[in-house]
Design a binder for this molecule. Structure first.
Ligand code: AMP
Length: 384
């Protein structure tokens, strides 16, 4: 039956929300993933059109245009991806109808407030130029926006393969992880990851915490963390977690790269017990890296989200670079949740060395927390 499928003019809601600075794309990972199944879809379609949001524009703002994304897609595919400066109307319909076999990209969905308001009339207007809709934007699946939850009310709709694959891989982590199961979290904020920690702590064997977020835990234990990042409002919560029944599973770094000024780029390595008041912890150091390495090497499942330090700066990248290399060479089932950890992998290693790298930062964390995502499993999976 699947080989008979005819998609006609196909519309794909992808997540092409990539970091762009001065019209230069800093990381094209999401673009590469969004076009992974394009050839299969194309064989069954008359035309294929992508649409996505980009950033958080307030109305039409040229710096949030998807033109650079169309150029990048064209470069990767070695074929012109025709950019259409609109998301609905006769301009879109005419261009698509007159150019069978072509690939198109529409302008930023969020130039229309109706997208964020989950407007049904907007959904109807956008979809009326197409025969089939494929929802494949896992990175936006936690948003109750029109393209995520309402487009399917008007045309034949499917869940794309990227989305299905994301869900299957993340589900495996929470439902049947091979033990020992280790989760490694980093990045700036504890508050962003508290819900995740609460959900995962009972099911993991080890929780390694690095990055800026570990200092709230270290301060809660009574350490002088100097001028390092800390969320004082969460000190009590951190203390409760450490003292809870599963608190022994939490492993914190014991030594750090420190600086007096992040802008200076200067680094000195010291133990947490040696911090002075003006020291800022900006990376984990050798002893902690080795402790994390031993735990990671003894794990059969690893989930990693968030850098171990300010890896964007050369002098502060050692911890993140080291754990990237360690996790890439494990025999374990390895999953990485979007965002900065993906940039780190692309900078320091090779994404193919990981079992699954999620395209969704916030969405992957929300999914692992056990939240139902409005855009997940609402349409039948596309099988070609
Ligand atoms: P998040 O969005 O919470 O995952 O945070 C990612 C950011 O955390 C990255 O830009 C890192 O530079 C930053 N980061 C990691 N470690 C530290 C640290 N020790 N102090 C301040 N920022 C950090």
């Amino acid at each position: 039956m699947s080989s008979e499928i005819k998609l006609g003019n196909t519309l794909i809601r992808a997540d092409l929300n990539v970091p762009i600075e001065n019209k230069i794309i800093l990381d094209n990972f999401r673009i590469i993933k969004a076009i992974e199944h394009l050839e299969e879809i194309r064989k069954k379609s008359r035309t294929v059109t992508f649409l996505s949001h980009l950033g958080r524009p307030h109305g039409v703002e040229s710096e949030f245009s998807l033109v650079p994304v169309a150029m990048e897609m064209s470069k990767i595919l070695n074929e012109e991806v025709i950019f259409i400066n609109s998301v609905y109307g006769s301009e879109v319909g005419n261009k698509i109808n007159n150019q069978p076999g072509k690939i198109f990209l529409l302008e930023n969905l969020r130039f229309h407030k109706e997208e964020l308001e989950n407007s049904e009339s907007f959904a109807k207007r956008v979809t009326q130029n197409f025969d089939t809709f494929i929802l494949d934007a896992f990175g936006a699946a936690h948003r109750r926006h029109s393209s995520i939850v309402s487009f399917g009310k008007f045309i034949e709709s499917y869940q794309g393969k990227l989305m299905t694959n994301e869900v299957e891989n993340l589900q495996l982590l929470v439902n049947s992880p091979q033990k020992p199961f280790t989760v490694m979290l980093g990045g700036a904020k504890v508050s962003d990851k508290l819900e995740l920690i609460n959900k995962l702590l009972p099911i993991v064997d080890n929780l390694l915490i690095g990055g800026g977020m570990c200092f709230t835990f270290l301060k809660a234990l009574g350490n002088n963390i100097g001028s390092s990042l800390c969320e004082d409002d969460y000190l009590n919560t951190a203390k409760e977690l450490l003292e809870s029944e599963n608190g022994h599973k939490i492993h914190l770094p014991s030594d750090f790269g420190v600086t007096k000024s992040i802008d200076s780029g200067l680094r000195k390595d010291k133990y947490i017990t040696e911090f002075s008041n003006d020291d800022i912890g900006i990376d984990i150091s050798n002893k902690s890296i080795n402790t994390f390495k031993t735990i990671l090497k003894n794990s059969n499942t690893v989930f990693w989200n968030g850098p171990m330090g300010i890896f964007e700066k050369d002098n502060f990248k050692m911890g993140t670079q080291s754990v990237t290399e360690i996790v890439s060479n494990l025999n374990a089932y390895t999953v990485v949740g979007g965002g900065d950890s993906v940039s780190a992998i692309r900078k320091f290693s090779d994404p193919s060395k990981f079992n699954h790298i999620s395209t969704g930062g916030g969405a992957s964390l929300k999914y692992l927390q056990g939240n139902e995502l409005p855009g997940v499993n609402i349409y039948k999976p596309l099988i070609l």
